[in-house]
Design a protein around this ligand. Sequence first.
Ligand SMILES: *[C@@H]1O[C@H](CO)[C@@H](O)[C@H](O)[C@H]1NC(C)=O
Ligand SMILES: *[C@@H]1O[C@H](CO)[C@@H](O)[C@H](O)[C@H]1NC(C)=O
Ligand SMILES: *[C@@H]1O[C@H](CO)[C@@H](O)[C@H](O)[C@H]1NC(C)=O
Ligand SMILES: *[C@@H]1O[C@H](CO)[C@@H](O)[C@H](O)[C@H]1NC(C)=O
Ligand SMILES: *[C@@H]1O[C@H](CO)[C@@H](O)[C@H](O)[C@H]1NC(C)=O
Ligand SMILES: *[C@@H]1O[C@H](CO)[C@@H](O)[C@H](O)[C@H]1NC(C)=O
Ligand SMILES: *[C@@H]1O[C@H](CO)[C@@H](O)[C@H](O)[C@H]1NC(C)=O
Ligand SMILES: *[C@@H]1O[C@H](CO)[C@@H](O)[C@H](O)[C@H]1NC(C)=O
Ligand SMILES: *[C@@H]1O[C@H](CO)[C@@H](O)[C@H](O)[C@H]1NC(C)=O
Ligand SMILES: *[C@@H]1O[C@H](CO)[C@@H](O)[C@H](O)[C@H]1NC(C)=O
Ligand SMILES: *[C@@H]1O[C@H](CO)[C@@H](O)[C@H](O)[C@H]1NC(C)=O
Ligand SMILES: *[C@@H]1O[C@H](CO)[C@@H](O)[C@H](O)[C@H]1NC(C)=O
Length: 559
Amino acid sequence: MTILKLLLLLSFLFPAMVDCLVRHYNFRVVLTNTTKLCSTKPIVTVNGHFPGPTLYAREDDNVIVRVTNHVAYNLTIHWHGIRQLQTGWADGPAYVTQCPIQPGKNFVYNFTLTGQRGTLLWHAHISWLRATVHGAIVILPKKSLPYPFPKPHREKIIILGEWWKADVEAVVNQATQAGMPPNVSDAHTINGFPGPFPNCSSQGYTLHVKSGKTYLLRIVNAALNDELFFKIAGHNLTVVEADAAYTKPFETDTIFVSPGQTTNAILKANQPIGKYLIVISPFMDAPIGFDNSTSSSTLRYKLDYNTTTPSNLETTTILTTIPPQNATPITKTFMDSLKSLNSIQYPTKVPLIVDHSLLFTIGVGLNPCDTCASGFKLVGNINNVSFVMPSIALLEAHYHNIKGIFTDDFPVKPPVAFNYTGTSPANIQTMNGTRLYRLSYNSSVQIVLQGTAVIAPESHPTHLHGFNFYVIGSGLGNFDPVEDPKWFNLVDPVERNTIGVPTAGWTAIRFRADNPGIWFLHCHLEVHTTWGLKMAFIVDNGFGPNESLPPPPNDLPQC
Ligand SMILES: *[C@@H]1O[C@H](CO)[C@@H](O)[C@H](O)[C@H]1NC(C)=O
Ligand SMILES: *[C@@H]1O[C@H](CO)[C@@H](O)[C@H](O)[C@H]1NC(C)=O
Ligand SMILES: *[C@@H]1O[C@H](CO)[C@@H](O)[C@H](O)[C@H]1NC(C)=O
Ligand SMILES: *[C@@H]1O[C@H](CO)[C@@H](O)[C@H](O)[C@H]1NC(C)=O
Ligand SMILES: *[C@@H]1O[C@H](CO)[C@@H](O)[C@H](O)[C@H]1NC(C)=O
Ligand SMILES: *[C@@H]1O[C@H](CO)[C@@H](O)[C@H](O)[C@H]1NC(C)=O
Ligand SMILES: *[C@@H]1O[C@H](CO)[C@@H](O)[C@H](O)[C@H]1NC(C)=O
Ligand SMILES: *[C@@H]1O[C@H](CO)[C@@H](O)[C@H](O)[C@H]1NC(C)=O
Ligand SMILES: *[C@@H]1O[C@H](CO)[C@@H](O)[C@H](O)[C@H]1NC(C)=O
Ligand SMILES: *[C@@H]1O[C@H](CO)[C@@H](O)[C@H](O)[C@H]1NC(C)=O
Ligand SMILES: *[C@@H]1O[C@H](CO)[C@@H](O)[C@H](O)[C@H]1NC(C)=O
Ligand SMILES: *[C@@H]1O[C@H](CO)[C@@H](O)[C@H](O)[C@H]1NC(C)=O
């Protein structure tokens, strides 16, 4: 009998005896035909499922995922939002922490879930494969600990996505060659279904509920480029957690969720028995082309045969209003309502003293391009640096001290100050480079992410790997280093791993660099990551083995 089987048996016979487990998963990356999408074009999936399998575990569990690549693309998987304490080799972004798993090869991701509970997501982290290679991660609290809210009757996973009729790799390759924005998606999906869609008989997803019960919805935005609104007709939702950190509960009729973000909300099935529309629709408050389609599914009450139900409630679907596409005030109200729980059990530990104070401008630019028809290509940048991916993994170059792969001179502030949210400067070219910023172990960091209006202002959901950060402030226009810090929330700011920086505005975050390794920071709109709106931090080792990055695993893929 293996140790795992013994532990499983023990946990079954004596639940209180075993606190943490080793959870094994096999991810076979394969080409799959799916009827959900009303298309005969095969897509890349994990184990033939779209969305892929949910990874269930408890806080403190050790998770082992063996990924085998059976498709013709290079591939890696990122465990989005998992802290990866001292397991930086398992984080997954291609050419940052590992070389890709090449066709026919495999790699074992091995990490432990420390200090987190809630919903996260996993997704491919190379090119645009995450469009179909993604799924939810559910981290249950430790066995002895209840949720800080009433236990729901059932839990439901709701994964929002974005679907192209064309092959997504062809879409991004065509855009890269032209230096132009990629074709927008054809539909948004709810648990893989586009919902009623022209020429598609797919019925869509149905959320079944029983009258009088409560449900925990684990909502994941796995879309590539679209920030989304989520609504259920006739029902409010109570938000209780974001990015696997508990929040103060608040009630809302609209959830706002950016790519890479997750939100747990409680649904009370307290309305008359019937069918209610669930809608997702995009948010865009900038003059930029996007997929403006609305997708829907249905909330359906189980019929109660003991009481007479008016038959029209079964045939009529109750509708809801869809937020305007540019409903900035709805997004602001939602984001301002998010506060960390800050209880005795789950305290908020925002750094009060800042060792590194960074100002990062984030936006786009235009560089010359010999091979592009227009002679130019769109680029993304942070502090005017468009990040160039290296040919081997940054973490390997760091660990083995290989020179010439990256430099550690990433600018602490924009090289030239200008009115970031005003008229574009005359010269909108950027520099390129593989430049990183170095942090000593356990130093505290503040980053003001300042959106620019170069070419067009736009909201940028920014994701930091390896850490949760606190969102201590945000505003419109240019950050004012004298006035704005007076209003920072250092008491109960929301703790998360991805934050939408408002269009033509700024967001300030703080975190403690207590995790040695190389950690990617990038806009989670895949189009902007492709364009170079990314950089990485090096966090040096502290003292002794418990504060150092261990050696790479033996099966780490090679370039
Ligand atoms: C998908 O369906 C097409 C058309 O029916 C078929 O030719 C192809 O072999 C299928 N691919 C897979 C991976 O099942
Ligand atoms: C996972 O990592 C831990 C800690 O390094 C190690 O003890 C364990 O053997 C690894 N498990 C697998 C399956 O590689
Ligand atoms: C992108 O859209 C254009 C215009 O509709 C179309 O001609 C082209 O084939 C599309 N590209 C891909 C990869 O589908
Ligand atoms: C739906 O199918 C009809 C008939 O095949 C076709 O004429 C029409 O263009 C299709 N519409 C869409 C949106 O694909
Ligand atoms: C939802 O909440 C709003 C205010 O937050 C309230 O006006 C409305 O009545 C609530 N609706 C339901 C169905 O509870
Ligand atoms: C969505 O965009 C298309 C193409 O730009 C446009 O024709 C259509 O009117 C838009 N629909 C909505 C609801 O804004
Ligand atoms: C920056 O540009 C904005 C928008 O044009 C303008 O309202 C603002 O006054 C400018 N700020 C400064 C300091 O020039
Ligand atoms: C960005 O870098 C390019 C290339 O060095 C330079 O021409 C441009 O002026 C810089 N822009 C800003 C705003 O720093
Ligand atoms: C970096 O910039 C130089 C000069 O602008 C350009 O020639 C080169 O192609 C750029 N490299 C990449 C990878 O964009
Ligand atoms: C990290 O810094 C904080 C604040 O100074 C301190 O309380 C904590 O003990 C430090 N942790 C380590 C592992 O050094
Ligand atoms: C590592 O060990 C040292 C000495 O035992 C201890 O002071 C420190 O807090 C430990 N750091 C962490 C992150 O546990
Ligand atoms: C896959 O990755 C390897 C290693 O980096 C690289 O040499 C190869 O060109 C990549 N293949 C494709 C199709 O991108």
